[in-house]
Unconditional design. Structure first.
Length: 284
């Protein structure tokens, strides 16, 4: 019931009650005093009987009005309570959406900050210095040559060892990449509290994870993907690189792996097939 309608109904009820209080004694007075020419009695017992008579008529009517408004007040309170609950639910929903928006913004701010850092590190590693007018190979190129191009006859495990030994100048890049992937895994639900790594890694990849990991993968060039494939070869779960390997497989970071050498085909046997995504066969 609208407030204006409620006010009108209350006013009508008051008017009706006032009318009854006035009309019943007035009717009694007109009937006996004016029509039947009966005078006022001086007997107090008669007035008591008159009061009982009037009260007997008015009390049920007033009680009926009181009962009506008692039931109306219950209905009104119930309606107001329901509306209040709806407002609280809408407020709670709005607060959750606002909190989710804030957490998503915080996530994206951190994510793109890390991504910018990754690109800045890669730019530094890709810079070619000039010594005595002779261009020198960049740090990332030297690592690529040492691990991928050179070492004819070396086994894959020997190249892994070479990668670990020769990456002192480039290890920072791969650490930043690892932390970006780990950040996506643990914070992709946009929650203030990160999900434990060992718990999150067992869940299916969410669309949010896929979206942001694809962004990261788009920034990895051919050489980086090949080096990453070597860097994360590990079978021991206690090894520090094992979590890195899990992230590589989870986000299919080797889907666009280029096979330039025959020995690189062994990589397909060292990783779970999920690391290569939807790739079919071996692409050269």
């Amino acid at each position: 019931m609208e407030t204006s309608d409620l006010a009108k109904t209350i006013k009508r009820s008051k008017t009706f009650a006032f009318f009854l209080i006035v009309a019943i004694p007035a009717t009694y007075l007109i009937w006996f005093y004016f029509i039947n020419k009966q005078g006022f009695s001086t007997d107090s017992s008669m007035w008591g009987t008159f009061g009982d008579f009037v009260g007997g008529l008015l009390n049920p009517l007033i009680a009926l009005l009181a009962f009506y408004w008692l039931t109306q007040s219950v209905l009104i309170q119930k309606t107001e309570l329901s509306e209040t609950q709806n407002v609280l639910r809408e407020t709670e929903k709005a607060q959750r959406e606002q909190a989710l928006t804030q957490e998503k913004k915080r996530f994206e701010d951190t994510f793109f900050s890390l991504l910018n850092q990754l690109n800045a590190v890669h730019s530094g590693l890709s810079e070619r210095l000039i010594v005595k007018d002779i261009p020198q190979a960049s740090k990332i190129s030297r690592l690529y040559n040492a691990v991928i191009k050179n070492g004819t006859g070396n086994s894959l495990d020997q190249r892994v060892t070479k990668m670990r030994e020769s990456s002192s100048d480039t290890s920072h890049y791969f650490r930043v990449l690892y932390h970006i992937l780990k950040f996506i895994l643990q914070h992709s639900k946009f929650s203030a509290d990160p999900v434990e790594f060992n718990v999150a890694i067992t869940k299916d990849v969410s669309p949010t994870e896929k979206f942001y990991s694809n962004i990261v993968r788009s920034f990895l060039n051919k050489e980086v993907v090949q080096l990453l494939a070597i860097n994360c070869i590990v079978d021991d779960p206690k090894n520090d690189f094992f979590k890195y390997r899990q992230l590589v497989e989870r986000y299919s970071l080797l889907e666009h792996l280029h096979i330039d050498k025959e020995w690189q085909k062994e990589l397909f046997d060292r990783y779970d097939k999920s690391a290569f995504g939807e790739r079919i066969g071996i692409k050269s």
